[in-house]
Design a protein around this ligand. Structure first.
Ligand code: ZN
Length: 338
């Protein structure tokens, strides 16, 4: 078959039955190492699937947005494999790529803290060094249900329950087997630079009615330099974190008794605020603006129109009141018996 490689603007002739991974191993380009995914006629493919026939191929690079996602999601599988080796009995929920990294939600009896990261990272590095191929299989649902039931993987069973297709997609790197659509890197060795970042609690499916799981966050980059730059940036951002500066410089504080996110301005912060507000007013008036004041609260109808109520209801403070019933109104007019 004849394949046009769009990245290299060249054509390659392959035998039938060869896979996208075979194709990758046949082309010599300095960029080979950076190819983490593959598209065929515009559609993302699985590395070890046979190429259907003539067509156009584009390799996804680790620096492309889609490439970052493939890299980071694959790193979450590697982390899951390491945690499975170190914490037998752990149950797995979901492990997606996110904006700047990845996480995996875990159900385990032991507590994982940041002190455990070194040993988990070492185990991840072992899995990466062995360069296991990450291969996909399609299982019929009964087979998948049997497999995950035997391991008590109740979250995976719930996920399978929500899949309409008769077959489910399974990925395995020989260490960790997961219910997953992919795509992934062709092998674990392609995770070049990674770091675990933090651990937090997260409810299964985001509902407080469900069990609290352990969420381990990490990130992965195409190179150690990029990872180090990112970690440096995180450290700099932490130094400038407004929550930290607010406390250290006695600018403001938040008291749980009053409510999360409700700010009390302390004298230093209040003075800065006044100076900024004075400047802001002065500049607006100088430039011909007029000043108005609006209420801080409004009827729910307004927030419905603006869309806030539908999307941010959980983060809004709502005044709860009910219209007085006719009986209450009568009562309020009656003289007090006290
Ligand atoms: Zn996956």
């Amino acid at each position: 078959m004849r394949l046009k490689i769009l990245n290299l603007n060249t054509e390659i002739i392959l035998n039938a039955c060869e896979s996208f991974y075979d194709l990758l191993s046949k082309i010599s380009s300095p960029e080979n190492e950076s190819y983490v995914g593959v598209k065929y006629n515009g559609e993302i493919q699985y590395w070890y699937d046979e190429i259907p026939g003539d067509g156009e191929v584009r390799f996804i690079k680790d620096s492309d947005e889609e490439g970052f996602e493939i890299l980071r999601h694959s790193a979450s599988h590697v982390m899951a494999g390491a945690i499975q080796n170190l914490y037998p009995g752990v149950k797995f929920a979901i492990g997606p790529a996110i904006a700047e990294g990845f996480y995996y939600d875990l159900d385990l009896t032991e507590k994982i803290s940041e002190n455990d990261f070194i040993k988990i990272e070492e185990e991840m590095q072992n899995i990466i060094n062995k360069d296991h191929a990450i291969k996909r299989e399609l299982w019929d649902k009964p087979r998948a249900i049997k497999y995950f039931s035997e391991r008590g993987e109740k979250y995976k069973l719930e996920l399978i329950d929500g899949i309409a297709d008769e077959n489910v997609s399974i990925f395995s790197d020989g260490i960790f087997l997961d219910l997953c659509r992919g795509p992934h890197l062709p092998s674990t060795g392609k995770v070049k630079a990674f770091k675990l970042l933090s651990v937090a609690g997260a409810y299964w499916r985001g509902s407080e009615k469900n069990p609290m799981l352990t969420r381990v966050y990490g990130t992965a980059f195409p190179s150690k330099d990029e990872l180090n730059n990112y970690i440096q940036r995180l450290a700099e951002a932490e130094k400038r974190d407004h929550r930290r500066l607010g406390k250290d410089l006695e600018l403001f504080d938040i008291f749980e008794q009053a409510g999360g996110g409700l700010v009390f301005w302390l004298p230093h912060g209040a003075l800065i605020r006044k100076i900024i507000e004075d400047f802001w007013r002065e500049k607006h008036l100088e430039n011909g603006y007029e000043i108005v004041y609006t209420p801080h609260i409004a009827k729910s109808d307004l927030w419905k129109t603006s869309g806030h109520l539908d999307f941010y209801r959980e983060n809004m403070y709502c005044l709860l009141y009910t219209s007085p019933s006719p009986r209450d109104r009568t009562r309020s007019r009656m003289p007090s018996s006290a």
